[in-house]
Design a protein around this ligand. Structure first.
Ligand code: 5GP
Ligand code: ZN
Length: 112
């Protein structure tokens, strides 16, 4: 989608620090990181939200990519958190489905 920020990042039209990539997914550094490691993991194909993802295969592959990114970023030992925001209460701002991958410090619970 031309007017989607994360599609444009996936296409290389908007620069981002790529942290992990496979055929169908890309993970890049969040521009406003909430932790020492904060990656945004997306499918290269456009789906607006978590609830627009069409099937378990796409969901599963995205989650697998997030886990692969966590390993690639060395978070396996220290730990990490995956967060997917949805809707007004969840606080999703960019309408291209994504997981936040956070790590590198002790993360508080519950989140704000
Ligand atoms: P959401 O609130 O939709 O779950 O998360 C969107 C995330 O995208 C935010 O954490 C925000 O900092 C990040 N973000 C917004 N615009 C850009 C951008 O242009 N580049 C990068 N790398 N991250 C962005
Ligand atoms: Zn998109």
């Amino acid at each position: 989608m031309n007017d989607c920020l994360f599609c444009r990042i996936a296409a290389g039209e908007i620069p981002a620090t790529v942290l992990y990539e496979d055929d169908q997914h890309i993970a890049f550094r969040d521009i406003n990181p909430a932790a020492p490691v904060h990656a945004i993991v997306i499918p290269k194909a456009h789906y607006g939200t978590l609830l627009d993802v069409p099937d378990a295969g796409v969901h599963g592959a995205l989650l697998e990519a997030a886990c692969a990114a966590a390993r690639a970023l060395g978070l396996e030992q220290g730990g990490f958190r995956l967060v997917a925001n949805f809707g007004g209460d969840g606080g999703q701002e960019v309408m291209h489905v994504h997981w936040h991958l956070l790590g590198g410090r002790l993360l508080g619970w519950p989140p704000g």
